[in-house]
Ligand binder design. Structure first.
Ligand code: NAD
Length: 367
């Protein structure tokens, strides 16, 4: 059998710095676990613009379509703010998402015990939290037509349209149920069926799909009530599935339950490929952090945990994903901190590579 293939796109700013630590971890899996990935590396964002005059070269796009998974660092930076909209670094990322048709955005909100005090909520509300928000990513009000700003009488009117087809709801619901089967076997679907027809259809289709997953407990919540429950007692949830707009808001709120941006991974999944696994792009939630780029201060954990998600969802290596997550947990429990995680007194921050060293040592200790 051929090795699993991975395309690495470090991108801009701190992207290459955090990705270097993931590359060391990939090397560790080859040396110590006999798990070898066919890794190729390419440019995206500002780095691709500098080299090719486009934020994503066609060859890179083709490579992304052919590998088992793509791992991206971050794109963007002040140097590129002056560029035309069509070649801005973010367009590279948007093109990847669009052409790979990545319709399910997975945003875990996981609270490592050692960092529970970083949350703005009480420790007992967030300690041990492990939920997954599945946000529909390619349809809904951000894409629906008609849209625009029109003249009506003597004033302007801004228009956007919420639109979902049954098949769009069906496929993202299926992703959520499949995930729940690998986790706590609970799905909560959030919409506004009380005031929106698209919400009524959403609820109906999710309920239908749910019948195919009798082991999974399905519940429904209005998205506003869901937002309230998310900050009141988030541990009641396992998987939340919701549309593009509500998911945008709810996933950011859930992410912040757990503290620093430098800790948050994500995955965007598409339709199954010939091997049965979904097309997939993994990336940290944070951006290119130009304020600290090149200083060795960046926290690589979000990118490392994104790779852990790839191990679980693209390579069927769930136990190895757990090993890597446990290594991160141990390092944090031991008090190792990058500068963004400082809070306790008397702690000296480690560098990006210092955090990488600590994770590798914890991986060694796991053998
Ligand atoms: P950002 O996420 O880059 O940074 C926000 C703050 O968090 C900064 O103070 C930064 O230093 C800190 N931070 C972020 N990641 C960190 C890490 N791993 N370790 C330690 N500290 C970290 O967001 P921004 O400043 O709004 O945007 C900067 C650039 O990134 C912009 O060009 C923006 O367009 C781009 N951006 C890209 C993505 C992406 O690639 N997916 C996402 C968001 C923003």
């Amino acid at each position: 059998m051929s090795n699993p293939s991975l395309l690495i796109l470090p991108g801009d700013g701190i992207g290459p710095e955090v990705m270097a630590e993931v590359q060391r971890i990939i090397g560790w899996y080859g040396d110590k676990r006999g798990i070898t990935f066919d890794v190729s590396e390419d440019l995206v964002g500002g780095a691709a613009y500098d080299a090719h005059g486009t934020p994503l070269h066609d060859d890179t796009m083709a490579k992304a379509q052919s590998v088992d998974a793509v791992l991206l660092g971050a794109v963007g930076g002040p140097k590129y703010d002056v560029l035309d909209f069509s070649v801005k670094p973010e367009r590279g990322l948007l093109r990847l998402r669009k052409e790979m048709d990545l319709f399910a955005n997975l945003r875990p909100a996981q609270c490592f015990d050692a960092l529970a005090d970083f949350s703005s909520l009480k420790r007992d509300v967030v300690a041990g939290l492990d939920i997954m928000i599945v946000r529909e990513l390619t349809s809904g009000i951000y894409f629906g037509e008609p849209r625009g700003i029109i003249e009506e009488g003597n004033e302007r009117v801004g228009i956007n349209t919420q639109r979902y087809t049954e098949s769009e709801i069906d496929r993202v619901a299926r992703s959520a149920f499949e995930l729940a089967m690998k986790r706590g076997k609970k799905v909560c679907s959030m919409e506004k069926a009380n005031v929106m027809e698209s919400g009524i259809l959403w609820r109906e289709v999710v309920t239908e799909v749910g019948k195919e997953y009798p082991e999974v407990e399905l519940s429904h919540m209005y998205a506003d009530a869901g937002a309230m429950q998310l900050v009141r007692w988030p541990k009641q949830f396992d998987v939340i599935v919701t549309d593009n707009l509500f998911g945008d808001l709810l996933s950011d709120a859930a992410a912040m339950l757990t503290g620093s941006l430098g800790m948050l991974p994500s995955a965007s999944l598409g339709a199954p490929m010939d091997n049965g696994r979904p097309k997939a792009l993994y990336e940290p939630v944070h951006g290119s952090a130009p304020d600290i780029a090149g200083q060795g201060k960046a926290n690589p954990i979000a990118c490392v945990l994104s790779f852990a998600m790839a191990l679980r969802y693209s390579f069927d290596l769930g136990e190895e994903a757990e090993r890597l997550e446990a290594a991160v947990n141990k390092v944090l429990a031991d008090g190792v901190r990058t500068a963004d995680l400082l809070g306790e007194e008397g702690v000296t921050p480690v560098s990006t590579s210092g955090m990488g060293d600590a994770i590798l040592a914890a991986l060694d200790a796991s053998l």
